[in-house]
Design a protein around this ligand. Sequence first.
Ligand code: HEC
Length: 126
Amino acid sequence: MLSMNKLVLSPLVRVFLFAIATMFAATNFADDSKQPLQLAALSDGFDAEQTYMMSCFACHSSGAAGAPKVGAGNAAEWEPRLEKGLDVVVANAINGVNTMPPKGLCFSCTDDDLRAIVDYMIANSK
Ligand code: HEC
């Protein structure tokens, strides 16, 4: 009798323990992955101006396809966009909006790299 119970229960117990272990592992993984993202969010050797010149300049210097122009005297291009709030503008750079391609085609850029480039673009359009 007892040995029968053991046979039936032990796989269940193992599944139960496995589920708990998985939950713990998942929780720890989530905690671990948060920290490096917050601490080292910019890519190694990242330079906002250099990346802007490589990935964004082609459209944003000329205003191609209606891209807001970057450069001295272009504050009016950015003011109406910034009314949505900087976070929305940065999110649009990350996800793309209309003919603005996701990540501005800089696929190696992290979200924080893109935020830094957007800061650079706005700071240089006054
Ligand atoms: C192929 C051309 C193209 C490239 C390359 C490009 N953009 Fe854009 N971008 C656009 C266009 C067009 C818009 C206007 C989209 C709209 O509002 O309809 C835009 C809009 C934006 C905006 C304003 C978003 C808003 O909320 O109004 C930001 C910020 C931006 N781009 C950042 C970048 C960054 C950063 C890069 C480079 C990493 C980049 N773009 C590369 C075409 C481009």
